[in-house]
Design a protein around this ligand. Structure first.
Ligand code: 4IA
Length: 400
């Protein structure tokens, strides 16, 4: 409940990193939005924004709401980061501008062209396997299996050790959260995953032609220094797999829960891209992120001092009734532009073309070849401080 209002900012006692919150965040998202444009969360001593307008405003003022002090709860000005800071995610202009340009080139429309065919063929192959099985776990056998069949190869990773990729990503996303059990246990168990990742980021371990080798080639172009390249590869390994796993998982979960929307998709498979985008809005695989204030600032009437953490509830913004008609309805024909599931502004997802293509190809294959997706058992939730998604989703599909 709202405990008090101080300096015009309502204080709430909600813990947005508790398991009970993850199980059903929606009523609390509403409370956060309705309490005011800016709130204060006493549990973690942070400001919070949950309305679309304020989330968008914070994302689009990177000079005031910086990333270089970390985009998790930990303030890098006060605490050493758990791993060397990301050169792109946890950086501000001008440093960010250069590394962002490099990853933009590596993940450009031209680069996507080189992998399109393989991604599309892999989606068809995956659906072949699933149609053969009929009954399967849509998380392990679809949402994880499909990205795992394409992304590590596109990066240029050797076959050995790939089982570390999802545990490492899960660690990265848990580590943005507060020092709760999820974060502490993830970090305690992280040594083997971290050493795997560090090794795979080295130039000699990345096969020619992949995204990883392309990053290292930018050293030869003089765009980055040799020690910067492995850290930028690390960004792709951190951000490129678990996000699309949870995005595709969200989309399949939506299409299974809302059969009228799957019917609509089947009648027009060109809606696949928007159906995926709407799933990203509706479920928001990346739920939250922080910024840190670089000065005293007024935001929608609230005074926020310098050096404060501001928690952005991307998922709440993506269902803010001030911004969206029927925000709690999954509608594959909705105009999804403006959702903040990929962020907004200078840090907006640099891999979004690859992510959207993965989602689109898989949903297009399902739309053309599957008549029905039925949920056959109770889905179970996977708990993470930043990512929202399922652990298991038992389904049976019927061929078209
Ligand atoms: C990085 C926000 C999320 C998708 C993300 C996580 C890690 C990194 C970037 C983005 O390590 O650079």
């Amino acid at each position: 409940m709202t405990s008090a209002t101080q300096n015009g900012v309502p204080h709430l006692d909600v813990d947005p990193f508790a398991l009970a919150f993850f199980a059903d965040p929606f009523p609390t998202h509403e409370r956060l939005r309705e309490a005011g444009p800016v709130v204060y969360l006493d549990k973690w001593n942070v400001y919070g924004v949950a309305r679309h307008a304020e989330v968008h405003a914070v994302l689009n003022d990177p000079a005031t709401f910086c990333s270089s002090r970390g985009v998790g709860l930990s303030d890098f000005a006060k605490e050493k980061p758990w791993r060397p800071a990301s050169l792109i995610l946890e950086a501000d202009p001008p440093a960010h501008t250069r590394t962002r340009a490099v990853l933009s080139r590596v993940l450009s429309p031209t680069a996507l062209k080189q992998v399109r065919e393989r991604f599309a063929a892999a989606a068809e192959e995956r659906v072949d396997i699933l149609l053969e099985k009929r009954s399967f776990d849509a998380i392990a056998d679809l949402a994880e299996a499909f990205p795992l069949s394409i992304f590590p190869d596109a990066l240029g990773l050797r076959p050995e050790g790939r089982e570390n990729l999802l545990p490492y990503a899960s660690l990265v996303f848990n580590a943005f959260g507060p020092p709760n059990q999820l974060r502490q246990e993830a970090i305690e168990r992280s040594a083997p995953h971290q050493s795997y990742i560090a090794a795979q980021c080295q130039r000699e371990n990345l096969t020619p032609g992949g995204f990883g080798a392309c990053i290292h080639a930018q050293v030869d172009e003089g765009a980055i220094t040799a020690p910067e390249a492995p850290l930028l590869v690390r960004s792709l390994l951190s951000a490129g797999l678990d996000t699309t796993v949870n995005g595709i998982g969200a989309a399949v979960y939506c299409l299974a829960r809302f059969p009228d929307q799957f019917e609509r998709l089947r009648s027009d498979p060109t809606l696949a891209r928007n159906a995926f985008e709407e799933a990203v809005r509706f479920e928001s695989p990346v739920q939250t992120f922080f910024r840190t204030t670089t000065r005293d600032v007024e935001l929608s009437g609230a005074q926020i001092p310098e050096g404060e953490k501001v928690l952005m509830f991307l998922a709440a913004a993506n269902r803010d009734p001030r911004r969206w008609d029927k925000p709690d309805t999954y509608d594959i024909t909705r105009r999804t532009a403006g959702h903040v599931g990929y962020g907004s502004g200078i840090h907006m997802c640099v891999g979004q073309l690859v992510a959207r293509f993965e989602g689109e190809t898989m949903l297009s294959a399902l739309a053309r070849r599957v008549a029905k997706i039925e949920i056959t058992g109770e889905p179970t939730r996977r708990f993470n401080n930043t990512l929202r998604g399922l652990d298991t989703l038992p389904v049976t599909i019927t061929p078209a």
